[in-house]
Design a protein around this ligand. Structure first.
Ligand code: TXA
Ligand code: MG
Length: 315
């Protein structure tokens, strides 16, 4: 069996330099020993990931972060104390224990304490942190179940710890710190509003290009293979009459049809985030030529959902 809940097996595989799929509350990660250059290089090969796209380093408590970073700025510490474990990644200066490959040559790394009991148990039994990007082939939709991981990277992973479907469903919110100013590099599973309630107003870096300082911000990302079109659904459906279409709606109000996926009938942003990637995958597997979709209200997790939808629709 390539997946299961055998933490002991996962520990041994990681200790000997293998790749293991790990559950988190956001998306599944493809993990390797973050101190082991050779093991980390396998991640880039498995994902077909360009070496200029840095990885996030996962650990299980705040005190351990000091082992592999130079310092934790005050605002970063406040956020960690408020939201870790949780869907937050902070950008911190790394020390020499972390190979340059992990950070793509940057002096900084993303650090995150994921909120999933199996993975916290795993991290607690390891003497090293885990470098882990999302466990999908580069550019494709992130995995939110163990099966998604096996579908995309089955040959590359030794084992997937199966922690069930991810409870948040979109990647962590990434926060960097420049001259005492917090900057959100990637909108994610922790709402901007929640961050601002703890450290005050933050800058949100909108949709930028493929700059080496924030490569996860590549315009085209999280993309299904089918052509995805964003807009006002009733208009789009009219326009694409007679074509093979799938529909991804926020609440489904006033819509019906065969290939209709509704993110949240009650209009709940958290439920919508949880369903987003799984529904995109299912739509991608249907015999349709186009996926028609609409944006959701730009608040709470809606910001991250819209960011992913826009990227998925970018050609
Ligand atoms: O929720 C998540 O964050 C998931 C789970 C597995 O933890 N991980 C994840 O990793 O989404 P990944 O590799 O798909 O996205 C990592 C992104 C990079 O693409 C980059 O944009 C950003 O994190 N990143 C990593 N290190 C960075 C750094 N030093 N400076 C700026 N951005 C960095
Ligand atoms: Mg990713």
């Amino acid at each position: 069996m390539k997946s299961g809940i055998d933490v002991h097996l996962a520990v041994n595989l990681l200790k000997s330099g293998n790749l293991v799929g790990i559950p988190t509350e956001t998306v599944y990660g493809l993990a390797a020993n973050a101190f082991n250059h050779e093991a980390v290089s396998q991640i880039f090969i498995a994902k077909n990931r360009p070496s200029f796209d840095p990885l996030i380093v996962h650990t299980c408590d705040v005190t351990r972060i000091y082992e592999f970073t130079r310092q934790i700025p005050e605002q970063a510490l406040k956020l960690l104390l408020a939201f870790a474990p949780g869907p937050l990644t902070v950008i911190l200066e790394k020390n020499d224990l972390i190979p340059d490959l992990v950070s793509s040559g940057l002096p900084t790394i993303g650090v995150r304490i994921p909120n999933h009991p199996l993975t916290l148990e795993l991290l607690g039994q390891l003497a090293f942190p885990l470098a882990a990007p999302s466990a999908n082939p580069f550019g494709y939709i992130s995995p939110t179940t163990a099966d998604h991981v096996l579908q995309g990277l089955g040959d590359a992973v030794s084992y997937v710890l199966d922690g069930g479907p991810c409870s948040v469903g979109v990647e962590s919110t990434i926060v960097g710190f420049q001259d005492g100013q917090a900057v959100i590099y990637r909108k994610g599973g922790l709402a901007v509003e929640a961050i601002e309630a703890v450290i005050g107003p933050v800058m949100v870096r909108e949709h930028s290009s493929s700059r080496p300082t924030a490569p996860g911000m590549l315009d085209k990302h999280y993309a299904p293979t089918k052509k995805m079109i964003l807009g006002h659904l009733p208009d789009l459906i009219h326009q694409y009459q007679g074509q093979n279409i799938g529909i991804l709606s926020f609440t489904g109000e006033g819509l019906s049809g065969d290939h209709l996926f509704v993110l949240s009938p009650t209009g709940d942003d958290r439920e919508a985030a949880r369903n987003l990637f799984g529904y995109l995958r299912r739509l991608d597997q249907l015999p349709v030529d186009y996926i028609l979709a609409e944006l959701v209200p730009e608040k709470g997790l809606g910001r991250a959902i819209n960011d992913r939808l826009r990227r998925a629709a970018t050609r």
